[in-house]
Design a protein around this ligand. Structure first.
Ligand code: SF4
Ligand code: SF4
Length: 98
């Protein structure tokens, strides 16, 4: 099976690499990937004292740190802009086979 490819405007071949995972041990919750993604794929979460994901703005929670999660994987267009700005190598991207 070959990976799915598309054409850029000038006809060059382009192989999207979709965001599939963010390693929550490497992510420092800096938000840079969220700022560059124009497709609503990502969401910031808090991590509470029990290590559970929660609303990062919930004042009833004891937020120990923040992490980014892939909340709408299916909206990703595979542009890899988020990976370009990530300084901790927390993200995994993958092509899709047809
Ligand atoms: S690859 Fe592009 S569309 Fe997908 S999450 Fe990253 S910035 Fe958003
Ligand atoms: S850019 Fe990297 S470290 Fe920053 S929130 Fe996104 S995945 Fe986490």
């Amino acid at each position: 099976m070959a990976n799915i490819t598309y054409k850029t405007r000038d006809g060059s071949e382009w192989e999207p690499k979709y965001l599939t995972q963010i390693n929550d041990e490497l992510c420092i919750g800096c938000g840079r990937c969220f700022k560059v993604c124009g497709h609503g794929v990502l969401e910031m979460k808090g991590v509470n004292e029990d290590g559970e994901l929660c609303d990062p703005y919930d004042e009833d929670e004891e937020i120990t740190r923040k992490v980014m999660v892939v909340s709408s994987e299916g909206k990703c267009i595979g542009c890899e802009a988020c990976e370009t700005v990530c300084g901790t190598n927390a993200q995994t991207h993958a092509a899709v086979s047809a």
